[in-house]
Design a protein. Structure first.
Length: 401
């Protein structure tokens, strides 16, 4: 693929929307790309093509062992935490076993009491606001949004509250896909294995215990892998959902009313982010089970297809008027589609955490304002997840609760 686009570089940080438009103009709806180490893949940017890929789990499989590039992947490849090899998790299980596994995860999450969930989210959010509210200034990403979801999730799973900060660091290292990715993955795995072993001996009223009680015959190692997936998929995208929504509300006059006592537009801002600035930009992926064609491209058996969620959300054939607010339309790809989409109970948990996190900020810091020019806000240099590196704000100092 001589015209392949490197999947990396500063433009994913500074102007991804323009970059996706150029890719679509130059290559169509299925773009040849190069991953770290010049490994080839396809980035699916077309809404219809992405619907086809995610809706056909037989032709476009989730089984990563099909990849025709494994012989070229080094042992220290930084994307290994994101593209697993021989990894016994729900991400790479297919067929009936996947359906059983998805049901186990959904049932464990569905049993989370929504009132208790909101109460825990408020408790951790208030603790974080208490630590910064008297200073009159803060970074709402580093001091707040980037810490909140994993604290709530760790509590739901059964971790002691004091293990939350270490899990935050490990998760962020793993997801960024840089030099500390494998170390972060190792810390998360050992923490999960210890918790699963403890709950196997002494069950409690938490997600891990409910997964262990399932009678589908999954091993503790499989549960550890699934819990790692759930934690990674639940934390950073939710943290970025909070940060990106607060950025939108602080910089877009259409949402100004919600900063001054109104709450109706919080949900609207959150939905707008899922369309226009979705935390999960691109996902790896699906693997072609046989030679086929997609979007005018010849796809070989074993080729990797990356799911271009943000590219599909902004497909001009679907979003004919990109300047219009999306309203209540939730036909975006931000939670995926098909058998391997984010389980519905997990979506609900993420939405409760994100909305509670935003509302606590607005309630506790009523005259909040951006402390830097909007154009100076920067993003993490990742083609996978799109979140702010920081969100500096100022406000009238208020006492802790």
């Amino acid at each position: 693929m001589t015209d392949a686009v490197p999947l990396g570089g500063p433009r994913f940080q500074t102007e991804p929307a323009q970059l996706y438009r150029e890719m679509r103009r130059d290559h169509g709806s299925v773009v040849p790309v190069l991953l770290d180490g010049d490994l080839p893949a396809w980035l699916v940017l077309g809404y219809r093509e992405l619907h086809q890929v995610t809706g056909d789990p037989v032709l476009f499989s989730r089984d990563s062992e099909l990849w025709n590039q494994w012989e070229n992947v080094p042992d220290d490849w930084p994307l290994l935490p994101m593209i697993g090899h021989r990894q016994p998790s729900i991400l790479y299980t297919v067929g009936e076993r996947h359906r059983q596994r998805a049901a186990m995860v959904s049932n464990a999450l569905e049993s989370v009491d929504p009132f208790e969930l909101r109460g825990q989210a408020e408790r951790f959010a208030d603790e974080l606001i208490d630590s910064l509210c008297s200073s009159g200034e803060a970074d709402l990403v580093g001091q707040y949004a980037g810490l909140l979801p994993v604290r709530v999730l760790a509590h739901l799973y059964g971790f002691p509250d004091d293990e939350g900060p270490g899990l935050v660091t490990a998760l962020n290292d793993m997801i960024d896909g840089r030099e500390r990715a494998l170390a972060g993955q190792a810390h998360l795995a050992s923490s999960m294995a210890r918790l699963v072993a403890e709950r196997a001996k002494e069950p409690a009223d938490d997600v891990v215990s409910r997964m262990l009680a399932d009678d589908s015959g999954f091993t503790e190692e499989e549960l550890v892998q699934d819990l790692m997936v759930m934690m990674a998929a639940g934390h950073q995208p939710t943290a970025d959902w909070i940060g990106n929504s607060l950025r939108l509300m602080l910089t877009d006059e259409r949402f100004a009313a919600s900063l001054f006592g109104g709450r109706n537009s919080v949900a609207e801002a959150m939905n707008e982010v899922l369309w226009e600035d979705t935390p999960t930009q691109n996902v790896a992926g699906r693997w072609a089970a046989r030679d086929t064609h997609l979007g005018g491209r010849r796809i070989r058996a074993g080729d990797l297809l990356l799911l271009g969620l943000q590219g599909a959300n902004s497909d001009p054939q679907v979003r004919t008027d990109a300047s219009a607010l999306t309203g209540g339309n939730n036909a975006h790809f931000s939670f995926g589609h098909g058998e391997h989409r984010c389980p519905f109970p997990a979506q609900e948990i993420a939405e409760v955490i994100a909305r509670t996190g935003i509302e606590v900020v607005l309630d506790r810091l009523p005259d909040i304002d951006l402390a830097v020019p909007a154009g100076s806000l920067s993003r993490r240099p990742s083609p996978w997840l799109r979140g702010l590196t920081e969100l500096p704000v100022r406000f009238t100092p208020v006492p802790a609760l």
